[in-house]
Design a protein around this ligand. Sequence first.
Ligand code: SF4
Ligand code: ZN
Ligand code: ZN
Length: 282
Amino acid sequence: MKCSYCSKEGIADIYGKCYCEEHFNKYFLGRVRSIIDKFGIDGRIAVALSGGKDSAACFYALHSLNLELQPFYINLDIPDYSNACQKKAEELCNLLGYKLEVIELNEYGISLAKKKKPCSTCGTAKRYLMNKFAYENECKYVATGHNLSDVITFAFNNLANVNILNFRGNKPYLEGKEEYKMVAKIKPLYWLKDKECMLYAYINKLPYADEECPYAINAPTLKIKEWIHEIEGKQPGIMVNMAKSFWKLEDLMSRDINLNKCKKCGYASYGNICKFCKIRKR
Ligand code: SF4
Ligand code: ZN
Ligand code: ZN
């Protein structure tokens, strides 16, 4: 099929339009730019690289938009996974002319291998360390590669687990709070699905790791993601509408319930001691 915007061969069908490589790249950057413009993102951005396709696509898109970037990688010390991912993140940085900063989780005395629920510890640690890195490196924002598929999956997983408080944090932009050493968070890929991020990384020949985290196998979120993509296949555009609804719900819910400064580290916490410091103590 021909591209809907020129005479070249199409490579992707999105919401009833066909795109060639060039026009797909334009479409992708346009979606990212809409987030950057809507929230007036201007200033240094710490970009969290995981070695995977999404953060690679996020980094490359922000780089293509000429934003000021500081890439970093959190090494979780997961055997047969973390080092392979770090290598890909390094390759990507070399290709684009950046120096990758690396944070080692084990320097904080935390080992995921010893945890009953590694993903829960991992999530808390990553959120904490991303913010800390951005704050200490004088970045105004921290950008992650969460895409539309992740956002909807996360929201449904929380609904499925009656986890209404954790329902927050799904918006494309979360304001920072200087007094709590909280840096603003952005999700530049908010409007883009898994498949689109994969295609963007593929056609732009970005290095990324194919390895899956060994702890991800059997994660219930995988089934939710499959289910969401199945519905999207039958009713294209439903994921975007869901994201808009979740965004509105979050706006209605968002209040800083008892936000404190952690007594141990001084970063934001919902109790006296933040979750990260509690994990370290254990
Ligand atoms: Fe962390 Fe792996 Fe779990 Fe993802 S699947 S949250 S990387 S432990
Ligand atoms: Zn075209
Ligand atoms: Zn703390």
